[in-house]
Design a protein around this ligand. Structure first.
Ligand code: IPE
Ligand code: IPE
Ligand code: MG
Length: 231
């Protein structure tokens, strides 16, 4: 890739697993399995390009209303990747953090998640946030309630500290695969000035080259933050 302006933080809405599988006459779970494999591949590539923070939307709060059969498959995948296949995550050599309400997961899976976050805390070069049962509105409401319970007014800086992304710079680039052009309750507060990129590719088929294209596209953008363009 030619020299370009890199985003510090990329967030992915990894959408399209189900449709990708359906097109291959396979069950949706087959798509989710391929999706998780692609997650480690694409995120590893992002870090290799020099991106420092990667956040992925793995499961939204609203996804919990999917049929039990599909949820069982998704929870199984989470169990596997934080358990038996933990090495796939550890190999990335970045600090892993899980955002969202994981109290819905079985206790042993919650313990595994905690172990992985503790084991990877030593890696300071990169940060990999995995959003599980995450919803931005819920996150904002929780932050407001926290402020109220402390009995204090907030400003932008102190409010940010009450969000699950406390201490993490906002995403510079949000990439959504799967062809839908919406945020689906992802990082609504943090995305205020994020650059958005939508790909028609389904998540399991989103390639390293596709990521590079998205980053090149980002690099050519002019981020004005409401100001006027410098000459
Ligand atoms: C994204 O893929 C993964 C999750 C939301 C868990 P989908 O499961 O939404 O796949 P499509 O959008 O139905 O193709
Ligand atoms: C967004 O995808 C959530 C994740 C990718 C985890 P959805 O498939 O749930 O979003 P909608 O329903 O199309 O908005
Ligand atoms: Mg979807």
């Amino acid at each position: 890739m030619r020299r370009i302006k890199l985003p510090v933080h990329i967030a992915f809405i990894m959408d399209g697993n189900g449709r990708w599988a359906k097109r291959r006459f396979r069950p949706r779970a087959f798509g989710h399995r391929a999706g998780v494999q692609n997650m480690t591949k694409i995120c590893t590539h992002a870090f290799k390009l020099g991106v420092r923070i990667v956040t992925v939307y793995a499961l939204s709060t609203e996804n919990l209303s999917r049929p039990k059969e599909e949820l069982d498959e998704l929870f199984d995948l989470i169990r596997t990747y934080f358990g038996k296949k933990r090495d796939k995550l550890l190999e990335m050599q970045v600090k892993i953090n899980v955002l969202g309400d994981i109290s819905v997961l079985p206790e042993d899976v919650q313990r595994d998640i905690l172990e992985v976050t503790e084991e990877t805390a030593v890696f300071s070069e990169g940060l990999f946030n995995i959003c599980i049962n995450y919803g931005a509105r819920q996150e904002i409401v929780r932050a407001v309630n926290a402020a109220v319970s402390y009995g204090r007014f907030v400003d932008e800086a102190s409010f940010k500290d009450l969000l699950s992304t406390s201490g993490v710079p906002d995403p510079d680039l949000i990439i959504r695969t799967g062809g839908e052009v919406r945020l689906s309750n992802f990082l609504l507060y943090q995305a205020a000035y994020s650059e958005l990129y939508f790909s028609k590719k389904m998540w399991p088929e989103f390639s390293k080259r596709d990521l590079e294209r998205a980053v090149e596209n980002y690099s050519a953008r002019d981020r004005r933050y409401g100001n006027v363009k410098e000459s």
